[in-house]
Design a protein around this ligand. Structure first.
Ligand code: IPE
Length: 247
C-alpha cells in the first residue's frame, strides 16, 4: 500500500482564496491511475481550509474557537474534497470519500477504523481523506492537518511508501539557490518558516516525514506539478525529489 498526501499548495492556488488548480488535480489523477498498487490519498486545505482557518484564527491546539469558523472551514474542505473526487471519477479512478471524523475520535485515530482503510484500498477503491476542523470534546475543536493524518495512518498501516506531493522539487538546503537535498537519514534540515499557514507549512511536513521515517518507512517529497515523478517514486525508478530514508 502507498500513502500519498496531495499538499494544499499543489491542489490549490495559495495566493488566491478558494481557487483549486483543477488542471493540476486532473494531471495528478491521470498519474495515480498508472499506479498498480493499493493507494490511500490524503489532501490538504490550501487556499480553502487554510484561508478560513486564518480568518477565524483557528489552529491545531484544542480550544473553543468561533463556531462559525468551524462550520465554514469544514464546509470549505468538503468543497475542495468534492473537486478532487470529481476529478478522480472523471479520470476513471474509484475514490471512496472518508472525512477524518470517520476514523478519529478527539485527536486520536481509531485503530479499528484505520485498519479498515487498508481493506478498502486493497479492494481497488481509493480512500480519500483530508485535513479538517474537528470536534475535540467539551466544546473545543482543532485543526487536524493532512500531514498529521499521514503520520497517524502510517503508524497503523505501515505502508510500503509515503509520498508528499508538493509545489516544490523537495526540501532545499538553501531556499535562494533552491539547492535540493536528495536524501535525509534522521537529520532535520533547518528551513525558513512559512507564516501564513495555520498548520505550520513546510516545517510541519518535514516534522511528520521525519517521524514516519523513524518508524522505518521511506518518505518521498516530490513535485506534484510533475506527477510522473510520483509514479517513478512508486516504481522505484530514477527518483527525483527528497527521500527521508527509513531505518
Ligand atoms: C489543512 O490541512 C486543513 C485545514 C486548514 C482545515 P494541511 O495542513 O494538511 O493543508 P496543506 O497541505 O498544508 O495546505
Amino acid at each position: 500500500m502507498i500513502l500519498i498526501k496531495l499538499g494544499g499548495s499543489i491542489i490549490t492556488n495559495k495566493e488566491k482564496p478558494l481557487s483549486a488548480r483543477r488542471k493540476t488535480i486532473d494531471n495528478l489523477a491521470k498519474s495515480l491511475k498508472k499506479i498498480q498498487e493499493p493507494i490511500v490519498i490524503v489532501h490538504g486545505g490550501g487556499s480553502y481550509g487554510h484561508y478560513w482557518s486564518v480568518k477565524y484564527d483557528m489552529h491545531t491546539k484544542e480550544r473553543k474557537y468561533d463556531l462559525r469558523g468551524v462550520a465554514i472551514v469544514k464546509n470549505s474542505m468538503i468543497e475542495l474534497n468534492k473537486i478532487i473526487l470529481d476529478s478522480f471519477l472523471k479520470n476513471k479512478l474509484n475514490p471512496y470519500c472518508l472525512p477524518p471524523t470517520d476514523f478519529m475520535t478527539g485527536n486520536k485515530p481509531i485503530t479499528k477504523k484505520v485498519k479498515e482503510i487498508e481493506k478498502i484500498s486493497k479492494s481497488g477503491l481509493i480512500p480519500v481523506t483530508f485535513g479538517d476542523a474537528l470536534w475535540y470534546g467539551q466544546n473545543k475543536t482543532f485543526i487536524l492537518s493532512g500531514d498529521k493524518i499521514m503520520t497517524h495512518l502510517a503508524k497503523i498501516l505501515k505502508p510500503k511508501l509515503c509520498i508528499f506531493a508538493l509545489n516544490e522539487d523537495g526540501v532545499y538546503s538553501d531556499l535562494k539557490s533552491k539547492k535540493l537535498i536528495h536524501e535525509l537519514k534522521g537529520e532535520r534540515p533547518s528551513i525558513s518558516e512559512n507564516k501564513m499557514d495555520v498548520t505550520g507549512g513546510m516545517t510541519r511536513k518535514i516534522e511528520e516525514a521525519s517521524k514516519i521515517s523513524k518508524m522505518g518507512m521511506n518518505v518521498f517529497f516530490v513535485n506534484g506539478n510533475k506527477p510522473e515523478r510520483i509514479v517513478k517514486a512508486v516504481k522505484n525508478r530514477k527518483f527525483e525529489g527528497t527521500v527521508f530514508r527509513g531505518k
